[in-house]
Design a protein around this ligand. Structure first.
Ligand code: BG6
Ligand code: MG
Length: 216
């Protein structure tokens, strides 16, 4: 039996991965840089600045730190205006049911998102109070694939990492969960999330997850 489930937010609980993608696409267009869904896979789960660095690899130009700060903050402005309108309708299917069942079994729940907008997203979705702990991304030094954010969640829940299940839609996130010594559930494509212990299309596979966590 596992004692805690640590969720990623964007692309796992919230249908917001598409907004990150759209916002980066706008920046790429403004910079005249090539960008596609495949490059986007490597942006998932990583911090804002790191994402920009990956994007800029497609460019021959050199950008100063000041220019980088400008484009990172512009991307965040686009993203923030997109999430302003999100409502409980933007919760990905299966999430609420899964959260409710896990709580009934006294499984501790945390959110480990690299996003500095995580609190706003959770508030707008109306589910912030469901979680025992929400990691503050601003306090994390080493971003995913480093295990730090998942280890911080486990420590704050008071649960040993090996008693935790992590759920992620990104390659970087799955690696972070594995390096933290936890069981990794991938949400998405098994050919992309190769290091996950189990890959599901979405959280509608509630029973499968509950069975794994409860150990029945
Ligand atoms: C992650 C997303 O959850 O948060 C990434 O998967 C994003 O795409 C990262 O770059 C940082 O988000 P923010 O909101 O702090 O720019
Ligand atoms: Mg994600």
């Amino acid at each position: 039996r596992y004692e805690a489930v640590i969720f990623d937010l964007d692309g796992v609980i919230a249908d917001t991965a598409k907004f990150h993608y759209e916002a980066w696409k706008k920046i790429a267009e403004e910079l005249g840089i090539y960008f596609d869904e495949k490059i986007n896979e490597s942006l998932k789960g990583v911090s804002r600045m790191e994402s920009l660095e990956i994007l800029l690899k497609q460019s021959e130009k050199e950008y100063s730190q000041e220019q980088k700060n400008y484009f990172a903050s512009k991307k965040n402005d686009y993203f923030k205006s997109m999430i302003q309108k999100i409502t409980p309708g933007d919760i990905l299917p299966g999430s609420i049911e899964l959260i409710k069942i896990l709580k009934r079994y006294n499984v501790k729940l945390a959110v480990a998102s690299a996003s500095r907008n995580a609190n706003t997203v959770l508030e707008n979705l109306g589910i912030k109070s469901e979680f025992d702990y929400i990691v503050d991304a601003a306090k994390i030094v080493n971003v995913k694939p480093d295990p730090e954010i998942f280890l911080a969640a486990a420590e704050n829940l008071g649960v040993e990492p090996k008693k935790c299940v992590g759920i992620e839609d990104s390659v970087a996130g799955i690696e972070a969960i594995k390096r933290a010594g936890m069981f990794a559930i991938g949400i998405g494509d098994p050919t992309i999330l190769k290091k996950a212990d189990m890959v599901l299309e979405d959280l509608r596979y509630t029973q499968k997850i509950v069975k794994l966590v409860i150990g029945e």
